[in-house]
Design a binder for this molecule. Structure first.
Ligand SMILES: C[S@@+](CC[C@H](N)C(=O)[O-])C[C@H]1O[C@@H](n2cnc3c(N)ncnc32)[C@H](O)[C@@H]1O
Length: 269
């Protein structure tokens, strides 16, 4: 279980990309079911932007704890929290496999883009179930990179998709986790499953620029690229080519990228 590695790491190119996420775009599938005075645990909260939004959504009497096993991102989340001054949220360095919370502590657990990085996702869901009160809800959203739609099919970007999924697998994760999410909830014995999908797509100039430029940087400077080299999947030259491929793609007429997000809500006990 502990041999897994978080594919992206916490280079600023990664946390900057994660910090633009909001509850309105990343948790809309569950927001109608989250109401004050619920107590929510955010599994793998990263830099905490979604977490703080969830806390504001649960005002006046609800509260949120965001946990992540990286002290780097928890420090960033705490700085953000100090700046915003939201009172009903806290951030803690904890593992989602063993959170240390007592059984039946929370009304809801939320995880966004986290289980895909775990070698034991069902074990994490079982921990979520343990800390949930009876009839508590667990809501998870995971990407499915295997369901990517990319145009035009530049070979450097097709190589990126291959490198990404191979590095994720070597790290113990699964880049196409979305399609397995429902099965993992079933294995963790959640009931009343509600499964929905949404998508991320990039086609206007701002979206293309944001998506292409971040991957151009991340493939060279984040853990993703470093591990691709360590695992013998790519050379430095390959990564340079992929990086330039993303920059060229941004200005290619007809450029388009989309992939699906799978969202599952399950009920405990
Ligand atoms: C892709 S980021 C998602 C962050 C946030 N949920 C969001 O969507 O912006 C995944 C996060 O899960 C954290 N993580 C990975 N494995 C973990 C574990 N075993 N326990 C706690 N956090 C973990 C990573 O440190 C990282 O911050």
């Amino acid at each position: 279980m502990n041999s897994e590695k978080y594919t992206h790491g916490h280079h600023r190119s990664v946390t900057r990309a994660h910090s633009i996420r909001r509850a309105s775009d990343s948790a809309s599938f569950v927001l109608p079911r989250l109401k004050s005075p619920m107590r929510l645990l955010d599994f793998g909260c990263g830099p905490g932007t979604i977490t703080i939004d969830l806390a504001e959504h649960l005002l006046p009497n609800g509260s949120v704890v965001g946990i992540d096993n990286s002290s780097t991102v928890i420090d960033q989340a705490r700085v953000r929290l100090d700046q915003k001054g939201t009172q009903n949220v806290s951030f803690e360095v904890r593992s989602i496999y063993e959170t240390g919370y007592g059984a039946k502590t929370f009304d809801a657990v939320y995880a966004h883009q986290v289980l895909q990085h775990l070698s034991e996702p069902v074990m994490a869901l079982s921990e979520a179930k343990r800390v949930l009160k009876p009839r508590g809800i667990c809501a998870v959203r995971e990407v499915d990179w295997g369901a990517s739609a990319l145009w035009p099919p530049d070979e450097r970007l097709l190589a990126f998709l291959d490198v990404y999924s191979r590095v994720a697998a070597c790290n113990g994760g699964n880049a196409s986790a979305g399609r397995q999410l429902k099965e993992w909830f079933m294995q963790a014995e959640f009931s009343d499953l509600e499964v929905t999908t949404s998508n991320w797509s990039f086609s206007d100039q701002n979206g293309l620029k944001w998506w292409g430029e971040q991957w151009s940087e991340r493939i060279l400077h984040s853990e993703l690229g470093k591990r691709a080299i360590d695992y013998g999947i790519s050379t430095n030259h390959d990564l340079e080519e992929i990086s330039q491929g993303w920059l060229d793609w941004v200005n290619t007429p007809g450029a388009f990228f989309a992939f699906i997000q799978v969202e599952v809500i399950g009920v405990s006990g």
